[in-house]
Design a protein around this ligand. Structure first.
Ligand SMILES: [Zn+2]
Length: 85
């Protein structure tokens, strides 16, 4: 069975592996999860029908997140902006 888009159910999904999660001209999507020399890698998946884009951190980034990032205490509500620090 082909993977489906969680937004629209389409199977027209495309992915790009080993994408840098940050750079000199853009936001760092995974701060502290890369190395001194390079940002963490992500796999990007886009739905060709509705445009939903999802990011998946590489295995190293996921392991580092457990050490450097705080766990989410409850399921985030995407319609509510996060509180300011
Ligand atoms: Zn979709």
């Amino acid at each position: 069975m082909s993977p489906k888009c969680p937004e629209c159910g389409s199977t027209h999904l495309h992915q790009r592996d080993e994408v840098r999660s940050g750079g000199s001209k853009g936001p760092h999507l995974l701060p502290d999860l890369g190395t001194f020399w390079s940002s963490a890698r992500i796999t990007v998946v886009i739905c060709a029908d509705c445009g939903l884009v999802r990011f998946y951190g590489c295995e190293d980034a996921r392991a580092k997140a457990m050490e450097y990032w705080a766990p989410v205490s409850s399921t985030p509500d995407p319609s509510v902006p996060p509180p300011l620090p």
